[in-house]
Design a protein around this ligand. Structure first.
Ligand code: G3P
Length: 217
């Protein structure tokens, strides 16, 4: 399973990269705004900086919602770096845009996926990734992991190559359960990735080993 970090924060991206387990980065307009990045030039520079830090797929989301504008914006984003993946919302014009980019060999990530039907359409349109938002489904008392499971079955039935990129991850159990189901990728905040490291018995065991090591001189 690939690990992406879901942030536009350069410090956190560097920390995850230093850990040696990072395969890519996803961003969205809310995450970019949180870092105070605004204006076309600054946004493009921020994506380039992320591409310099991480050698993997970097999702850059279009800000427009019409087909023509998404094509123009997506082409500009894709031209920034060969690792840029154009992130497109799951709307009617978005499906058309996915097909346009797929036909031209430009990688895409179809975002805001909340149903199996949406994931099926995105795969038909040739999306490289689909991003089901499991945490936001959990937030409205709907089982987000069940959606990941449904999409896995559908894609396996027809051997779709679109990768399931589980998004809106809120905790380490989301990551573990996505791995059990067979999501291709998870994109997660740094905190949930680091939580996977922790176990009290590891800490206790290590403290004992360190103490016993001292006895050996
Ligand atoms: O990048 C999209 C997704 O991961 C957003 O997560 O926590 O805002 O629901 P969240």
């Amino acid at each position: 399973m690939k690990f992406f970090i879901d942030t536009a924060n350069l410090e956190q991206i560097r920390e995850a990269q230093d850990l040696g387990i990072l395969d890519g980065v996803t961003t969205n307009p809310s995450l970019m705004a949180k870092e105070g990045v605004s204006g076309k030039q600054a946004i493009q520079q921020h994506y380039k900086t992320i591409c310099d830090i991480v050698d993997g797929d970097i999702s850059a989301e279009v800000l427009s919602t019409t087909y023509e504008e998404m094509i123009k914006e997506g082409e500009e984003l894709a031209a920034l770096h060969s690792n840029i993946v154009v992130k497109i919302p799951m709307i009617k014009d978005g499906v058309k845009a996915l097909k346009y980019f797929s036909d031209r060999g430009i990688k895409t990530n179809c975002t805001l996926i909340f149903s199996a039907g949406q994931a099926l359409l995105a795969a038909k349109a040739g999306a490289t990734y689909v991003s089901p938002f499991l945490g936001r489904l959990d937030d409205i008392s709907t089982d987000g992991l069940n959606l990941i499971d449904e999409i896995r079955s559908i894609y396996d039935n027809y051997l779709y190559e679109t990768e399931i990129l589980a998004a809106s991850i809120r905790n380490p159990m989301h990551i573990i359960n996505c791995a059990k189901i067979g999501a291709d990728v998870i994109t997660s905040p740094l905190s949930s990735i680091l939580s996977l490291l922790k176990h009290p018995l590891t800490d206790l065991g290590l403290a004992q080993f360190v103490a016993d090591a001292k006895k050996m001189g």
